[in-house]
Each structure stands twice: as C-alpha cells, then as structure tokens.
Write a protein that binds this ligand. Sequence first.
Ligand SMILES: NC(=O)c1ccc[n+]([C@@H]2O[C@H](COP(=O)([O-])OP(=O)(O)OC[C@H]3O[C@@H](n4cnc5c(N)ncnc54)[C@H](OP(=O)(O)O)[C@@H]3O)[C@@H](O)[C@H]2O)c1
Length: 238
Amino acid sequence: MEHLPRTLLITGADRGLGLALVKEFLHHDIHVFAGVHRSSAEITRLCEVDPSRLTIIDLDVSEPDAIRSAAASVGRYTDSLDVLVNNAGVHMEDQLTPLEKLDFDDGHLEESMAVNAFGPLRVVQAFLPLLVESACRRVVNITSEAGSIDACWRDREFAYSMSKSAANMATRLLSNYLTGRGFSVLAVHPGWIRSDMGGPAADLSPAEAAAKVSRIVRGPLPENGAIYIDYRGNTLPW
Ligand SMILES: NC(=O)c1ccc[n+]([C@@H]2O[C@H](COP(=O)([O-])OP(=O)(O)OC[C@H]3O[C@@H](n4cnc5c(N)ncnc54)[C@H](OP(=O)(O)O)[C@@H]3O)[C@@H](O)[C@H]2O)c1
C-alpha cells in the first residue's frame, strides 16, 4: 500500500483474532470501526478507553439489512474507508463427523456459506462507495488453508472447507474486478490460532497471529503477485 491506512473496518471484532487485530491496528494509529455481531465486555472496554479511535458498529455479516445499516453508520463518521478486513467466520461442525453422519438439515452448510462466503462479498458491496474514496483501497478476506482445494488433506469439515473455498473464489473475482480501479484484494490464512474456533492446542495466540496478519494488512503486496497467502506471507495453492 502506497498510503498508510488511517481508517479500517474489521468484522467479527469482539473476540479471537478479530479482537487481537483491533488492538494491533490501534497501536498503528488507525481509526478502527469494529463490526460486532453479539459484542463482548472486552471490545466495549477498549472503546471506553479510546472512543476517539475505536467505533463499535453493529454488524451481522449474514444479514443484508444489518450490513447496509453498518455502511450507513460508518458513512456518518467518515467519507472514505482505507481498508476492509473481512474476519468474521464460523466453524459449526464437529470436525470428526464423516460423510455418513452429515446432517443436511442442521443448517450448518447454509450458515457457513452465509457467514464465511457470502458475508465478505456482501460487506465489500456495501462498503465499496466508501472504499473507492480512499487512496489505499484494500480488502483483506481472512480465509483459511482449509479453503485450498489443491492442498486439501481433509476428508470431512465440509461446511467450513467449502465455504472458505468459496471465499477464496470471491477474493479472486473481486481482485479481477477491482484491481484496475486501484484496489488490492487478498485472502489470508491467519495460522492455527488458540481462539474459540481454533481451540487450546493451536500453534499461535490470537496476539501472535494478529501481529503477523496486521503487517500483511498494512504492508506492501507480495512481490510475486500472490493474493492467497498465509500469515507469514507465503503463497498458498488455490
Ligand atoms: N482459529 C483458527 O485456527 C483459524 C484458522 C484459519 C482461519 N481462521 C479464520 O479466522 C477468522 C477469525 O477466527 P477466530 O479464530 O477468531 O474465530 P472465533 O474466535 O470463533 O471468532 C469468530 C468471530 O466471528 C464472529 N461472527 C460469527 N458469526 C458472525 C456473523 N454472522 N456476523 C458477524 N460476526 C460473526 C464472531 O462474533 P460473535 O462473538 O458475535 O459470535 C467472532 O467475533 C475466521 O474467519 C476464521 O475462519 C481461524
């Protein structure tokens, strides 16, 4: 990014990686619009400490009306948005459930697609008028290595993996559509994180993952032109 980001919206900001990223961005003098679905004591406390640089925005990324309201709310604070980080995500299924036990009526496939795949796309659409007014014009979709078809080693976790593959495709389509207008669009795997989603055995604390992901969000694009990368900047296979 040629210009330093000054305004940023992040979804799923109340816990896990999202909350840790909010703290990182605040250290870098960025005004953060923290999209929250249910909210948490910690993001509320952070906002009380620094209300001039952190604004909490109600944002359920699976609800079109909520997304439109969120864009209108942010538009009352600023005429332009430098960076959008689509971080909100769900992993709903038991990781051990095999094909034979997959329950198509439990809603997991639909909700995973709604939040993980269509959510980022809807949010980009709604915030595009603010993003085009910025000199930075960056969109970062937090996807996962689980969305890689080429490197897939799983034989289950259908809802999560399929929704993250779809989010990767959305990233590619958005990149094709928006790069000519000066945008950079990335899909980033943030590592295996000790959040509610990643569990206690994971490799990275939310703060460790956020420090790395924040550098990618704020930094130059990979020199090799890759747009699907991990938290260390390594290219991932689609
Ligand atoms: N943890 C890992 O090891 C790992 C690995 C690869 C990729 N990722 C990706 O990293 C991102 C963050 O994951 P995490 O580990 O921080 O997960 P997490 O601890 O489970 O947090 C998920 C966040 O997403 C929010 N969210 C869920 N549904 C939402 C909705 N409909 N609208 C808005 N927000 C919603 C949650 O809000 P509520 O609190 O309101 O539910 C929460 O803030 C996700 O996209 C995930 O897929 C994580």
